[in-house]
Ligand binder design. Structure first.
Ligand SMILES: [Fe+2]
Ligand SMILES: [Fe+2]
Length: 476
């Protein structure tokens, strides 16, 4: 029997059923295409063999269903004379199973699905202010578009009012012309909490940064108590921190907006009180999570002086302290040509004698072990791409997370610090120690403390209770 002959023998309803079933047999295939097009997932599969296996099974199913449909059709067409029995009934069952599998995977991932308002945070933005420090922006998200206003000022009267002109979901209020060493108050829509913070100190000698990474909010095994204690230490006025940097893996699965909601609502109590900047980690970005990340932490409408990306920036603190935040999630996989050109050009313009500090998620040198057969120590791609560049351009300090430990490595005078201890489950004991490791700890949660002082920087690792674990002073 020929196809045309067969189709002519079918009732119109059967024609539609077969056509629609054939189209639907590609449902799982479409899912696979979507996952592949989100490039960050390919990096996930490279680093995580068990996720890769699951995805491989989905790929097989995606190919088998349409192939099964077609071969069943062809074989029956050759053998059978009864048009009613083509295609076999089990084909509909298989197509339905593919749709259910795809639906279940999407329900599991919940991509692009916003689950509610996100609380405000006081973000450091890539725009120089009049005091020689970066401007700040109060950023928050509302599920429904709305117009809001913010009042702020150096007295509790908060005489400066910033209005939104149009309804929007993403709200960015830039606080400009802030004066060093001054306490500011701000409030949203003239009601609720009056937040206050102190802008950066008059002298960069009194700057003090807190850095931590990898809280993994939303994971089943993260230590939320440690995260909370660290946030309390960092935001406490008694401790005098000028800024807080969080280096990624802020949530466990960035595609699940309920985790971002939980994370931001939790952090907001503290990150409305201290200038705050986070960078993207591998967990934050996968399965479309990068879009949430950009909307919540560096929206397009936030001023961006140094780059045209929402993921990499330069922040200057006075004339001599430069902090770069880079998009290095697993390693160099996200180090695009555009990012490389930008970074190398920016480095070239700086005096190598200035303090140049790099902050990003993925580690460079690191002690660790293998997970699923993949080594999580010395990332040779990162080392080959960056170490010489750092040496040539006078980079002094490099902070990262990704490995859940505290470590200090001095490699040829470049000081690498890993501080992935903000609450994500701590890493296993290393089976490999990197050569120039000066301090390693995988038994405590904690954060790093950078104190600028008279041309030196003292970096210490501290527990969530603020107990000193390690301290080193780095001379310029
Ligand atoms: Fe992590
Ligand atoms: Fe990570």
């Amino acid at each position: 029997m020929k196809i045309k002959e067969l189709i002519n023998k079918w009732k119109p309803i059967k024609r539609y059923v077969v056509l629609i079933s054939f189209i639907l047999s590609f449902t799982t295939f479409a899912l696979v295409l979507w996952v592949i097009l989100l490039q960050r997932n390919l990096h996930l599969f490279k680093w995580n063999p068990s996720q890769a296996k699951t995805f491989l099974i989905i790929c097989l199913v995606a190919v088998i269903i349409p192939l099964g449909f077609i071969s069943d059709f062809v074989i029956r067409l050759k053998k059978l004379k009864i048009p009613k029995k083509i295609p076999g009934k089990y084909i509909y069952v298989i197509v339905l199973a593919g749709i259910i599998l795809t639906g279940a995977y999407i329900v599991y991932l919940k991509p692009y699905h916003h689950v509610g308002d996100k609380a405000p945070e006081l973000m450091i933005i890539d725009q120089p202010g009049i005091s020689g420090y970066p401007n700040l922006a109060v950023i928050f998200y509302t599920q429904k578009a709305s117009t809001n206003y913010l009042t702020f000022g150096s007295t509790s009267e908060m005489t400066i009012r910033l209005n939104e002109q149009q309804k929007t979901k993403i709200h960015v209020f830039v606080l400009e012309d802030l004066v060093a060493d001054t306490q500011y108050f701000y409030q949203i829509n003239g009601e609720g909490t009056v937040y206050n913070f102190t802008y950066f100190p008059s002298s960069t000698d009194n700057l003090r940064f807190a850095v931590s990474s990898d809280p993994h909010i939303g994971a089943e095994d993260n230590n939320i108590t440690a995260t909370k204690l660290i946030l309390e230490q960092i935001s406490s006025p008694d401790n005098g921190y000028s800024a807080f940097f969080c280096l990624g893996d802020i949530v466990e699965m960035g595609n699940d907006d309920s985790q971002y909601k939980e994370q931001i609502d939790f952090f907001s109590k503290y990150t409305t009180l201290i200038p705050y900047r986070n960078v993207i980690g591998n967990h934050d970005g996968w399965f479309g999570g990068v879009d949430f990340w950009k909307e919540y932490f560096y929206p397009k409408k936030a001023p961006n002086n140094s780059s045209d990306s929402q993921l990499w920036h330069q922040y200057d603190f006075g004339p001599n302290i430069h902090v770069f935040t880079l998009d290095l999630e697993w390693g160099t996989e996200t180090y695009t040509k555009a990012q490389q050109e930008w970074f190398e050009n920016r480095l070239k313009t700086l005096n190598p004698d200035d303090w140049i500090i790099i902050m990003n998620h993925a580690y460079y040198y690191a002690s660790s072990t293998e997970y699923d057969g993949v080594p999580w120590y010395d990332n040779q791609d990162m080392i080959n791409t960056f170490h010489d560049l750092f040496l040539e351009n006078g980079v002094d300090l490099v902070f990262s997370g990704h490995d859940h430990q505290m470590e200090h490595i001095n490699q040829d005078g470049v000081n690498y610090f890993i501080v992935g201890t903000m609450g994500g489950i701590l890493d296993l004991d290393p089976t490999y120690f990197t050569e120039n490791s000066l301090f390693f700890d995988n038994t405590h949660f904690g954060f790093a403390d950078l104190q600028f002082n008279d041309g030196n920087i003292t970096v210490s690792f501290r527990t969530p209770e603020n107990r000193l674990l390690y301290e080193i002073t780095i001379q310029q």
